[in-house]
Design a protein around this ligand. Structure first.
Ligand SMILES: Nc1ncnc2c1ncn2[C@@H]1O[C@H](COP(=O)(O)OP(=O)(O)OP(=O)(O)O)[C@@H](O)[C@H]1O
Ligand SMILES: [Mg+2]
Length: 258
C-alpha cells in the first residue's frame, strides 16, 4: 500500500514545497515509485519541477470532482520513478465549490484512491492555510510531515497545526499519524535556531526528525531551473540533507501514539 504523506504547515514560506519536491525526488532516486501531488493553487511544486501547466490538458483541479479520471492528470517527469499531478490557480475555486458539498473533506481521498496502487509514496504539497484543500490532504494522507523553520513564533504555529491534526484524527481520519517535524533552513550558527530545535525536542518528544535541512542557496536556485536539488546539484549540502531525510522516511514508521 502506498504511504501517503501530507507536507503541511499553515505558515507560509517554511519550506513545504522545497521539502515536497526534494523528498519526492530523493525517494525516486532510491527507486521508489513516487507521485508528487501538488495541492496548492500557487502550483510551486509543479513549476519547481519544470512543469508548464498551461500546456497540459489535465491537472488536479480538472479531476477533483471526477475522481475516475484521476490517472489522466498524472504526468511523468524526467526522473524515471517520479510522476506528478500538477496544480493550477483554478484550484483556488475548490475551496468555494466544496463549501456546501456533503463529505467535502474527502474529495481528494477519492482522487488518490483511484491511483494509489501505482505508487509506493504519494507526497502532498499543501497550501499555507488550514482551509479545505489542506483538510482534504489531511483526510487523504496517513502521515503528516511538518516542515518547521526555526524562527520566533514557530512553535505557536505548530501548536495550532497539531490541534487541527488531533481534530482531524478524532473526527475525520483516524488513520492519520504524525511522521515527524523536520527543521528547514537551519543555520547552526544562529542561536535562536538552536533554541527552537531544543524546544521542539522538549515539547514534542520523538517527533523531531534526525535529518535537518540546512539553509542552502542551491536549494533556492533549483526551482528556477525546473529541477529538484538531486538533478540540479547532487553534491550540494541541500541534496545531501534531502537524501538523508528520504532514507529516514523510508525507515521511520509513524509511532502509534503520535
Ligand atoms: N533549505 C533552504 N535553503 C535556502 N532556501 C530555502 C530552503 N528551503 C526553502 N527555501 C526558499 O524559501 C522560500 C520558501 O520556501 P518554500 O516555497 O519551499 O516554502 P512553502 O512553505 O512551500 O511556501 P508557501 O507557504 O508559500 O507554499 C523559497 O524561496 C525557497 O526557495
Ligand atoms: Mg509551497
Amino acid at each position: 500500500m502506498a504511504r501517503i504523506i501530507a507536507i503541511a504547515n499553515q505558515k507560509g514560506g517554511v519550506g513545504k514545497t522545497t521539502t515536497a519536491i526534494n523528498l519526492a525526488a530523493s525517494l525516486a532516486v532510491m527507486e521508489k515509485r513516487v507521485l508528487l501531488l501538488d495541492c496548492d493553487p500557487q502550483s510551486n511544486a509543479s513549476s519547481g519541477l519544470g512543469v508548464d501547466t498551461s500546456g497540459l490538458a489535465h491537472n488536479l483541479y480538472s479531476v477533483f470532482f471526477t475522481p475516475e479520471k484521476a490517472a489522466e492528470a498524472v504526468y511523468k517527469t524526467s526522473s524515471p520513478y517520479l510522476s506528478i499531478m500538477p496544480a493550477t490557480t483554478d484550484l483556488v475555486g475548490v475551496e468555494l465549490e466544496l463549501v456546501d458539498k456533503m463529505g467535502r473533506e474527502y474529495y481528494l481521498d477519492e482522487v488518490i484512491k483511484q491511483i494509489q496502487k501505482d505508487y509506493e509514496f504519494i507526497i502532498l504539497d499543501c497550501p499555507p492555510s488550514l482551509g479545505l484543500l489542506t483538510l482534504n490532504s489531511l483526510c487523504a494522507a496517513r502521515e503528516l510531515l511538518i516542515p518547521l523553520q526555526c524562527e520566533f513564533f514557530a512553535l505557536e504555529g505548530i501548536v495550532k497545526l497539531l490541534q487541527t491534526y488531533e481534530q482531524v484524527k478524532k473526527r475525520l481520519n483516524p488513520d492519520l499519524k504524525v511522521l515527524g517535524v523536520v527543521l528547514t533552513m537551519y543555520d547552526i550558527r544562529n542561536r535562536l535556531a538552536r533554541q527552537v530545535k531544543n524546544e521542539v525536542r522538549k515539547c514534542l518528544p520523538d517527533m523531531l526528525m534526525e535529518s535537518v535541512i540546512p539553509r542552502n542557496v542551491r536549494l533556492s536556485e533549483a526551482p528556477s531551473h525546473g529541477r529538484s536539488i538531486i538533478h540540479y546539484d547532487v553534491k550540494s549540502k541541500g541534496a545531501e540533507a534531502y537524501l538523508a531525510l528520504a532514507k529516514e522516511v523510508v525507515l521511520r514508521k509513524p509511532a502509534a501514539k503520535r
